[in-house]
Design a protein around this ligand. Sequence first.
Ligand code: G
Ligand code: G
Ligand code: G
Ligand code: MN
Ligand code: NA
Length: 253
Amino acid sequence: LQIEQGLRRARLGQELMLHWQPIVDMARQRVIGAEALMRWQHPELGAISPDRFIPVAEDIGLIEDFGRWALDQACRLGVRWLASGRPLERLAVNISARQLQRPGFVDLVAEALKRHGLPPACLELEITESTLQSVDSGRVILGELRRLGVKLAIDDFGTGFSSLSLLKHFPLDRLKIDKSFVRDLEREGHDLAIVRAIVALASTLGLELTAEGVETQAQREVLLKLGVSDAQGWLYSRALPEADLLSLRESLA
Ligand code: G
Ligand code: G
Ligand code: G
Ligand code: MN
Ligand code: NA
């Protein structure tokens, strides 16, 4: 309840902030984009994890406002990034089932892109397998988003159910390999076999890949050997405030 009341009071851009986790091309050691991750600094309780407050925001209907704001911020940052002359592959934003379901979501995305002048292909929407399954007209909505030119990624791939039929039935661009499969990649075992299978699947279906939760050089090397080039993780950086993201981009380059 304290979380719920706090969230209703919290202001976007003040207590609630977006941080950006760099997405890195591991072969070239270049920052090619970032994922928006929401952060909440509660005045009394301190930092509260999104794992705790996002589900509450979904339950009480605040996630739509939060999500609209995150999309807007991503478009704004994307334009700023491009204006600096550095190539940008994508800024990724997490989308909840409730947002996707809401009538007018596609228009809202289109409007944000247009208002800021961001090329649609620079925006990637991350959706989990369970979201895809729970949204009735998910396939139609994703089709419209795809026609708009934005990119679509499955988040936490491999942790949900019926991944394979989802891949066949939905228009998708990318799989984000869940960090639970990256953790023990250095050791010859199940995780290695699973990531190998995901790589084969993606290649067959023409999907791009990003590895999540890359923490060590050894994981990086295995992933590169398997053919996974893009990654996020603490080996490179945690999620950063915008200014720090933009300067890390310069220093990794
Ligand atoms: O950042 P970690 O940073 O702890 O994020 C935890 C979870 O919160 C992740 O599953 C992430 O997808 C989710 N999350 C973070 N920011 C957002 C957001 O802006 N919207 C939605 N829907 N989920 C988010
Ligand atoms: O949206 P998603 O569920 O993918 O959110 C990414 C989550 O992964 C966030 O909670 C983020 O803080 C976390 N994360 C990012 N990099 C790492 C990492 O290298 N290791 C671990 N354990 N978690 C990470
Ligand atoms: O900085 P951020 O808000 O993304 O941190 C989310 C959580 O992940 C925090 O609990 C933080 O302590 C942890 N974390 C962030 N970066 C690292 C890291 O490089 N290594 C480890 N072990 N934990 C980290
Ligand atoms: Mn994500
Ligand atoms: Na993820």
